[in-house]
Ligand binder design. Structure first.
Ligand code: PRT
Ligand code: MG
Length: 211
C-alpha cells in the first residue's frame, strides 16, 4: 500500500521539500501547477495529499494520510488526538498572538469580543487569565474584524507583523509559539513502522543539519 503524506500548499509545502528530499521523497509534479489533489512522488510507494493547512491534522488523525506536516498552531487548536508528533521541523515559524488597535488595553474589565479561527486556543488563553470574552469564529482576514467593529481584538498568527501594521493593528499578547511538526497517524506508526521509521530518521537528520 502507498504511504500517504498530507501537506498544504504554500509555505509548508515549500519548506518541507528539502527535508523530504533527505528521505529520498520528491513530488513528481508541483501542487501550484497541477490540479491533482493526490500528487505522485518520483517513487511508487509514496504519494502526497494536498489539503488545507487546517485539515492536515484531521486527515492524519483519521488515517486518510499516514504522515503530515502541520503548524503547531493548528495542532494546538485541533488537540492532537490520534497523532504522534516525532519531529519539530523548525520551519514556518510564527507566533499566535492577541492583536488589536495600537495601544489597546486588554485588561479593562469589559467582556471583550475576540474574532479568530483559533477559537479553542483563544478561549483557553483568556480563561487562563480570568477574562470573560465572546469568541467570534472567522475563517480568514481576521484583521478586518477590529477595523469594522465586528470585534475588539483578534487572535491570529503573526510572522513579520507587516500585515498588522498595514491595517493599523499591533500584537498585544503572546498566546503560543509555533513551528511546523511532522505528525504520524498513531496506528500507521505501529503497523507501518518499518517504512515510516527510516523517513523520520532521515528527516530528523536533515533538520539537525539545517538548524
Ligand atoms: O488556508 P487555510 O486557511 O487552511 O490555512 P492557512 O491560510 O493558515 O495556511 P498557510 O499555508 O497560510 O499557513 C500554514 C501554516 O504556516 C500556519 O498554520 C502557521 O503554522 C504557519 N505560518 C507561518 C503562518 C505564517 N507564518 C503567517 N505569517 N501562517 C499564516 N501567516 C499569515 C499571517 O496571519 C498574516 O495574515 O500570513 C500573513 C502575513 O504575516 P506577517 O505577520 O508576516 O505580515
Ligand atoms: Mg490560506
Amino acid at each position: 500500500m502507498t504511504l500517504r503524506i498530507a501537506l498544504s500548499k504554500g509555505r509548508i509545502f515549500d519548506d518541507t521539500l528539502p527535508l523530504l528530499a533527505a528521505a529520498d521523497i520528491h513530488p513528481a509534479e508541483s501542487p501550484e501547477t497541477s490540479r491533482k489533489l493526490i500528487l505522485p512522488s518520483t517513487r511508487g510507494d509514496v504519494e502526497f495529499l494536498i489539503v488545507r493547512a487546517s485539515d492536515v491534522a484531521t486527515y492524519v488523525q483519521h488515517g486518510g494520510a499516514d504522515l503530515g506536516v502541520v503548524g503547531k498552531d493548528v495542532l494546538l487548536e485541533h488537540g492532537g488526538d490520534g497523532l504522534v508528533e516525532p519531529i519539530d521541523l523548525g520551519i514556518a515559524k510564527c507566533k499566535l498572538m492577541v492583536c488589536g488597535p495600537k495601544g489597546m488595553d486588554l485588561s479593562k474589565n469589559t467582556r471583550l469580543r475576540i474574532a479568530t479561527k483559533y477559537t479553542h486556543c483563544a478561549r483557553k488563553h483568556f480563561a487562563a487569565t480570568g477574562r470573560q470574552v465572546e469568541i467570534i469564529k472567522l475563517y480568514g482576514s481576521m484583521e478586518l474584524a477590529p477595523l469594522t467593529g465586528l470585534a475588539d481584538a483578534i487572535v491570529d498568527v503573526v510572522d513579520t507583523g507587516n500585515t498588522l501594521k498595514a491595517n493599523g493593528l499591533e500584537a498585544l499578547e503572546h498566546v503560543a509559539s509555533s513551528s511546523a511538526r511532522l505528525v504520524v497517524n498513531r496506528v500507521s506508526m505501529k503497523v507501518r513502522h518499518d517504512e515510516i521509521a527510516p523517513i523520520i530518521e532521515r528527516m530528523r537528520h536533515a533538520v539537525v543539519q539545517t538548524s
